[in-house]
Ligand binder design. Structure first.
Ligand code: PSU
Ligand code: MN
Length: 304
């Protein structure tokens, strides 16, 4: 049995001549942002990657087919579906085997990117260790995936819905390199500085690509996490988000939200509670990450 991967026309062309490709997840479209801003953002991010000289490959499962790169009509349909499944590592093979449709998380997108030979992937925020994980045991499968699957993930750090020190500890235990891009501090999604030092710092795309290639050459499995600070003009200070996050987290606990519903619930409530401001920042940082990922993808093609 081999997975039936369906490439968009532009991804198929890039694969033929070995051009730079950037993978993109789809859970951010279906469970991370409301329609129509999700569709506008998905299109803008794809265009940012094209403008930077690489090809975007948005990944999703449609009727049991693994799509690597979506055509315009497929992206539009996905962005408007509210009933779509959220597919992480556990769910992706089942979805492909049983013919369902779903959006891929960071973990599932990494698996698909690897299957398609794509080495770099851009998103907004990753999953991690949730606040209160010492009681709930809620730790995202994204962290395990970074330990196993050789894809470099560009994010803007992690949202403060997560316990950032615990998330860094788990990544350290799993041997995942975590770079802050162009600064020493770990960025914290809406804000540029989490108050924590990043384990490593990278100042150019070439070093990031070379580090991934060296990791593979040594036979060390797993990927890398690049945390790119949100552009200064779009930043929201951490103190302004803290009460909103506290309220959303308390509501999730009161309502008994568990498992894979936790992250979408928190993202949705934070959007509502900030009346859109957090969304503008979210869009700006995803676009910045797409541009950095395109530059890293180009460096990978130079190494190949
Ligand atoms: N964090 C964000 N935005 C997101 C997600 C996380 O700031 O859109 C999504 C990503 O798809 C990520 C997933 O892989 O949620 C993690 O879900 P969980 O915590 O259930 O593993
Ligand atoms: Mn979880």
């Amino acid at each position: 049995m081999t997975p039936d991967i369906r490439y968009s026309a532009e991804v198929a062309a890039a694969r033929q001549f070995g051009g730079p490709i950037v993978a993109l997840e789809s859970t951010i479209i279906t469970h991370g942002m409301p329609y129509p801003r999700n569709l506008e953002t998905a299109r803008a991010v794809e265009n940012d990657i094209r403008a930077a000289g690489a090809v975007p490959a948005t990944i999703a499962v449609i009727d049991g087919h693994l799509h690597v790169g979506l055509e315009t009509s497929q992206l539009e349909a996905l962005a408007q579906r509210s009933d779509i499944a959220k597919l992480s590592r556990a769910d992706l093979p089942v979805a492909l085997a049983t013919g369902i449709s779903g959006a891929t998380t960071v973990a599932a997108t990494m698996i698909a990117a690897r299957a398609a030979g794509i080495r770099v992937f851009a998103t907004g925020g990753i999953g991690g260790v949730h606040k209160g994980a010492e009681l709930s045991f809620d730790i995202s499968a994204d962290l395990q995936e970074l330990a196993q699957t050789p894809v470099t993930v560009v994010c803007a750090g992690a949202k403060a819905i997560l316990d950032l020190p615990k998330t860094l500890e788990v990544l350290e235990t799993l041997g995942v390199p975590v770079f802050a891009y162009g600064q020493d501090a770990l960025p914290a999604f809406w804000s540029r500085d989490s108050g924590l030092a990043a384990p490593m710092r990278a100042d150019n795309p070439a070093d990031i690509a070379a580090s991934a290639a060296m990791r593979a050459a040594l036979g060390v499995p797993g990927g890398q996490l690049v945390a790119n600070p949100v552009p200064e003009a779009d930043e929201i200070p951490g103190g302004e988000m803290a009460p909103v996050i506290a309220q959303a987290t308390a509501e999730a606990a009161e309502q008994g939200i568990q498992g894979k519903a936790v992250t979408p619930f928190l993202l949705g409530r934070i959007l509502e509670l900030t009346a859109g401001r957090s969304l503008e920042t979210n869009i700006a940082l995803v676009r910045a990450n797409a541009r950095l990922a395109a530059a890293i993808a180009k460096e990978f093609t130079r190494l190949a």
